[in-house]
Design a protein. Sequence first.
Length: 456
Amino acid sequence: MQRAIQPHRVVVVGGGFGGLEVTRALHRAPIHITLIDRRNFHLFQPLLYQVATGSLSPANIAAPLRSVLRRQRNCTVLLGEVGGVDPRRHRLVLDDDELPFDTLVLAAGATHSYFGRSEWATAAPGLKTLEDAIDIRRRIYVAFETAERESDPLRREHLLTFVIIGGGPTGTELAGALAEICRYTLRRDFRVIRPRDARIILLDAGERLLPSYSPRTSEQTSRTLRNLGVQVGVGCKVLHVDATGVDVATPDGRFFIHAETVLWAAGVEATPLGRKIAAALTLDVDPAGRLPVLPDLSLPGYPDIFAIGDMAHCRDERGSPLPGLAPVAQQQGRHVARLIRNRCKGQTKAAPFRYANRGTMATVGRGVAAAQVGNYTSFGFFAWLLWLFVHLLQIVQFQNRVLVLLQWSWSYITWNRSARLITNMHPVERRHQRAHQLDQHAGGQQRESIGRTARL
């Protein structure tokens, strides 16, 4: 009796932009795909800041992986934690099992980078997961609620000071959205405080905001944010972050910003899985924890293991590392899918990956965005409409597109943010403890607050 031929087994780690693109591009291939992720949903990360500021609900930007792939018969979705890889036995090691593979695709994404100061994470959360967004949303709105009950004017000022560290797209989007919350969304919601009196400070260690954009776009972004009431500080190096605020070094001196809420948008690195894989394969990762890849996106010495997206240190034709953007991961996913299909057909020649840069975009505020496509730049309402259109198309499920479009339309007409929910609120005792720490710090420190100078 003739034994049935086992189909080629592809294991994809991560259901983000890259992993999902690989999986869907192989939907008609005569292979078996196993997609494994520690979460059961695909997250549309570019809109996380809107969850963090109450514009969208978490379910608006997340789609269950089983629902997205339910019609793809050659794919199995598993919920699990990956611990490593055994390349000799072609096994992916899970926390409670092993998965055999013929081809392995690593697309586990990225996390925050605090540049060696991981202890800052509790005081300055980043924005990479739904949990991060919900935590930031809680911190923002609890700050207003606590200030409403605070009788000490100085402590109230500290509660209504928001510091965002990092002047890239995430930082500028957060700053613009937070400024609109203070100026418009909450303007009639409180009786004691005036939300528009809140201070929003955007800090970046570089010479300008949005460094990947043109200098003119950076200047327009800074001017727009300042018009919204955001204090923009460039050339500001963060020295320390804790529950009472941020210690900053600037060309004009060293200052301490007393702030109840500090948000981190300054850097990312590959997930810790990348270092585990590198140790198992005796490879060196780059400073951001990304795996080195060959031109075809396979790992050196392991032609059956690929790394894509934020896990891969991939260079363009000029030798510059590719940015950690969704279009990069998606194009890499399609490239790897083509290689797998060709190998199943007996074609061993692997074409190098070439990234087609179709541009980048970032919102700055209501009706204002920055867009850059090659040498063409646009700033303002047209770029904002383009940003809306592109992001709607990229959302995975149609129902989520409709929900997001309706929510955006309502928010644009009313200035309202209907998802301003405070969940998982910390006990009141912790707030009292923070206030006590703030008093101690204010009494022991005589440094000038950055908000009382004209140096920003």
